[in-house]
Write a protein that binds this ligand. Structure first.
Ligand code: NDP
Ligand code: 8X3
Length: 252
């Protein structure tokens, strides 16, 4: 029987590509806030599999709970949770940012992800083999100017993933944190609040990761034999690597 996978943030980028990649062999629950997109994606993927679309904001805890509790019986045996929905807002230094942006990132990338995981743990535990795939980021391990709260939310995802593994040892649930680097999706358009030109600059004259690259990793991780748990995958495009630490010589 096909496993059922719930993918948050399936309206664009990694989530959309993952839904497409899993459609052949999994039943899908796709989520996001943009209803028009969800309906179109559902229609497209329904040629391959059964699809349920749920439109809600993962930072709205009451609404999330309502949506998850009301999942129809046909889709209720979820055994793959892909915690992908997330965002970065701004790239300004910490003293120049709007606090509301920090709050949105924390409410989505941390609280929303933890809440959804908490809601689905009982269901995942009942299945013979389950996977939680968290989409973290290299920003959770490697600091950079302007990464402030975004990077911190992804550091939460990394440690939460490891701690889940510790708690779930002996259960049917595996956990993996996939940590991508520079990848061309709508991520930068969102980060720069709709400024397409600025977003385009990020990927100029280089070959970034593409959404499909991450979707392939997700599929590969969940299709490992049951005795294998990939704890984390850090993945960058070949054109990306670390730079030297900076030194300020103008003050003591
Ligand atoms: P996109 O902006 O293309 O996709 C983000 C998805 O998340 C959209 O489907 C969006 O749907 C959904 N989403 C955002 N906020 C909410 C919310 N509050 N409630 C429900 N859904 C939400 O970006 P990516 O595909 O790149 O991002 C996916 C994940 O990958 C994120 O967690 C991001 O931090 C992470 N990441 C991205 C990298 C990159 O360089 N692109 C690198 C490393 C990690 P909608 O707007 O319809 O709600
Ligand atoms: C997205 C990658 O390096 O822009 O998580 O933070 S980065």
């Amino acid at each position: 029987m096909k496993r059922t996978a719930l993918i948050t943030g399936a309206t664009s980028g990694f989530g959309l590509a993952t839904a497409g990649k899993l459609a052949q062999n999994y039943r899908l629950v796709i989520t996001g806030r943009r209803e028009d997109r969800l309906e179109k994606i559902k229609e497209d993927l329904s040629h391959h599999t059964d699809v349920l679309s749920l439109c809600f904001d993962i930072s709205d805890l009451e609404e999330t709970k309502k949506q998850i509790k009301n999942i129809p019986i046909d889709f209720s045996e979820i055994s793959v949770l892909i915690n992908n929905a997330g965002l970065a807002l701004g790239l300004e230094p910490a003293d120049k940012v709007d606090f509301q942006d920090w709050q949105s990132m924390i409410n989505t990338n941390v609280t929303g992800l933890a809440h959804l995981t908490h809601l689905l743990l009982p269901t995942l535990k009942q299945q013979p083999l389950s996977d939680i795939i968290n989409i973290g980021s290299i920003a959770g391990s490697w600091p950079y100017p302007g990464g402030n709260v975004y990077g911190a939310t992804k550091a939460f995802v990394a440690q939460f993933s490891r701690n889940l593994r510790a708690d779930l040892l002996g259960s049917s649930i595996r956990v993996c944190n996939i940590e991508p680097g520079l990848a061309e999706t709508e991520f930068s358009k969102v980060r720069f609040k709709g400024d397409e030109a600025k977003a385009k600059e990020v990927y100029k004259n280089l070959t970034p990761l593409f959404a499909e690259d991450i979707a392939k990793q997700v599929k590969w991780v969940i299709e490992q034999d049951a005795h294998i748990n990939l704890n984390s995958i850090e993945i960058m495009p070949s054109c990306q690597a670390w730079g030297p630490l900076k030194v300020n010589r103008e003050s003591v």
